[in-house]
Design a protein around this ligand. Structure first.
Ligand code: AMP
Ligand code: GLY
Length: 421
């Protein structure tokens, strides 16, 4: 089969790595890819939201399946355009992607279908939003309704911070259109966990759980990032809690989306808070997490291509996913300054020493190849991913991999996985 993967991050590197292992995969392409992806797939310089070019390329290369990584491509309707041209795609169409594309849609949907979530109100007028904050008091959470690449959520400890966040979003347009509408919600306390399912044709298989580390620095300090590390499975979820999540959150979501005539297909990723009053949804994403994808795919023992195909073809009930018994853990190495301003172009050494380690994969995010050298070309740059018999062992192996990398302009957290130990 000929497969095209859309995206340029560690998530897409892991997807390409997994698909490459399948005996069914003949040609593997990635748009636009990165230096690491270039070692397992043919990278083609097309932007992830350049729908027309992606369709033309897929037709030219007789692509049998397109696997889409990032939300931006899903939200603008890449799947719909591919389908119009009879090209099979893994991922939800535009109307179902609204679950991630609009937090105000998502929250009102939770309300309508009684799905447990933080108390909230939506606003498209800053005065009303500010009055609501003054009425509710702090702490309180302010969120841009639209897509903001992880930069649209403000957990505010004081009313002043919340008012400033509202002003920045709604008056100063710091996130453009994405911040024209805001959701203001109650601060939930508890342990966060990511819960992933495969969905198609109203069938659903719980896929895996993972724990992300969103803050930039050790001890969950510093600004929010796209994720500085993750591990899977998330051991705080036992069987009965997982069943409760399926019954009270995931199933009503899938049924509700069908009733709304927005049937979902692809990976549904619930960001949950396990509170004293049970699990509640913080947000839905309509794709794999990055870096959670890296730790999930490295645990799958069966053919991952079959998993993507069966989901896209609506025959999930036919597959039987097999898992390794291992835990998996990924440590992100990022450029100094991330998630704020950072410089591109510093050289990364020692990759070959890590790549030869057993049970370790180096997934590239923002890298490029300059005259044969791998250079940093983004905020998050590498994901050193290890599997081990236990979380502790995976952690130990992953950190020994990180220590073999020579990169002066990079940093990483030293406590990934500690909260699970
Ligand atoms: P989101 O993109 O909505 O998942 O928010 C990003 C991060 O902000 C989450 O992973 C949480 O750590 C935090 N967060 C969002 N909403 C809330 C909430 N209502 N209560 C507590 N923390 C939250
Ligand atoms: N790691 C968080 C996300 O992919 O949204």
């Amino acid at each position: 089969m000929n497969i095209l993967v859309v995206g340029a991050g560690g998530r897409e590197h892991a997807i390409c790595w997994a698909i490459r292992k399948s005996t069914k995969c003949k040609n593997l392409y990635c748009v636009p890819g990165n230096a690491g992806i270039g070692e397992v797939a043919t990278c083609v310089n097309i932007g992830i939201t350049d729908t027309e070019k992606i369709v033309t390329f897929s037709l030219e290369k007789n692509i049998d399946l397109v696997v889409i990584g990032p939300e931006d491509a899903l939200v603008i309707g890449l799947v719909d355009e591919l389908k119009k041209n009879s090209i099979l795609a893994f991922g939800p169409n535009k109307s179902a992607s609204i679950l991630e594309g609009s937090k105000s849609f998502m929250k009102e949907f939770f309300d309508k279908y009684n799905i447990p979530t933080a108390e909230f109100k939506c606003f498209d007028n800053h005065q009303d939003a500010i009055s609501y904050v003054k009425h509710m008091g702090a702490p309180i959470v302010v969120k841009a309704s639209g897509l903001a690449a992880g930069k649209g959520v403000f957990v505010c400890q004081t009313e002043d911070d919340a008012v400033a966040a509202i002003r920045n979003l709604m008056l100063n347009d710091t996130l453009g259109e994405a911040g024209k509408k805001v959701v203001i919600e109650e601060l939930l306390l508890g342990e966060e966990v990511s819960f992933f399912c495969l969905v198609s044709n109203n069938d659903c298989i719980p896929l895996a759980t993972a724990q992300d580390h969103k803050r930039a620095y050790d001890g969950d300090l510093g600004p929010n990032t796209g994720g500085m590390g993750a591990y899977s499975p998330a051991n705080i979820l036992d069987v009965s809690l997982s069943e409760k999540i399926m019954r009270t959150i995931i199933k009503p979501t899938i049924e509700g989306m069908s009733l709304e005539k927005r049937p979902f297909s692809g990976v549904l990723y619930a960001g949950l808070m396990i509170t004293e009053n049970g699990p509640k949804v913080l947000e839905y994403n309509v794709r794999f997490g990055d870096p959670e994808c890296q730790v999930i795919l490295t645990r799958i023992a069966s053919d991952p291509l079959e998993m993507f195909l069966a989901t896209a073809q609506g025959r999930l009930s036919e597959i039987n996913l097999e898992w390794k018994k291992d835990s998996s853990l990924v440590i992100i190495m990022a450029t100094n300054g991330y998630p704020g301003k950072y410089q591109r172009g510093s050289v990364i050494l020692g990759l070959e020493n890590v790549e030869e380690m057993i049970d370790v994969n180096v997934f590239h995010s923002g890298t490029a190849n300059r005259n044969g050298n791998i250079i940093a070309n983004g905020g998050r740059v590498l994901g050193i991913t290890a599997t081990g018999k236990s979380l502790k062992e995976a952690q130990k192996i992953a950190y020994s991999g990180v220590k073999k990398i020579g990169w002066e302009n990079g940093f990483y957290r030293t406590d990934i996985g500690n909260k699970g130990l």
